[in-house]
Design a protein around this ligand. Structure first.
Ligand SMILES: Nc1ccn([C@H]2C[C@H](O)[C@@H](COP(=O)(O)O)O2)c(=O)n1
Ligand SMILES: [Zn+2]
Length: 164
């Protein structure tokens, strides 16, 4: 057999697949988010998922969201680091200028600030379930002003199975 394979995955399938796999590491019971940062020439630079900072135990800190308004101290939001920020902070190689980020959920306003300041130029997102929230609206406002391009990943429908 001398012909090359034709059913190999394309770059977008590869990187959104890596982001989705990364999300599987999250302990958040409600929303698991994964991110994968890629250079302009398609090299993976970093990955991340949402979780508590180092030293903040997954057993001791709260994973619930139900107290968000009545008792924010005991809801996850004050503690969880978002996947995009973790991916940026996990990078040990220097500059992320000109890179792309693949993420399973549209970045919030705080992650948008970090993305802009890190020099990431393109966001490819899978889902935008909080599009109407002030956080995501503010995020888009900043990304538009800063010239960061973003577009929704177009699913190919290909099923990729991995046995581990
Ligand atoms: N772009 C995003 C948005 C959210 N997250 C994290 C933050 C929380 O751990 C979770 C959202 O929880 P929910 O309010 O849906 O129960 O997802 C992120 O990492 N990146
Ligand atoms: Zn965020």
């Amino acid at each position: 057999m001398s012909e090359k394979r034709e059913d190999y995955i394309n770059w977008d399938e590869y990187f959104i697949g890596v982001a989705k796999l990364s999300a599987r590491r999250s302990k958040d019971p409600n929303t698991q988010v994964g991110a994968c940062i890629v250079s302009e020439d398609n090299k993976i630079l970093s990955m991340g998922y949402n979780g508590f900072p180092r030293g903040c135990s997954d057993e001791d800190f709260p994973w619930g969201k139900e107290f968000e308004l009545t008792d924010p101290y005991n809801a996850k939001y004050l503690y969880s680091t978002h996947s995009e920020l973790n991916a940026i902070l996990n990078y040990r190689g220097g500059s992320l200028e000109g890179s792309k980020i693949y993420v399973t959920l549209f970045p919030c306003n705080e992650c948008a600030k970090a993305i802009i300041q890190a020099g990431i130029k393109t966001i490819i997102y899978e889902e935008d379930k909080y599009a109407s929230s002030p956080s995501v609206r503010a995020s888009k406002r900043m990304l538009n002003a800063a010239g960061v391009r973003y577009y929704e990943y177009q699913p190919s429908g290909r099923k990729i199975e991995i046995t581990v």
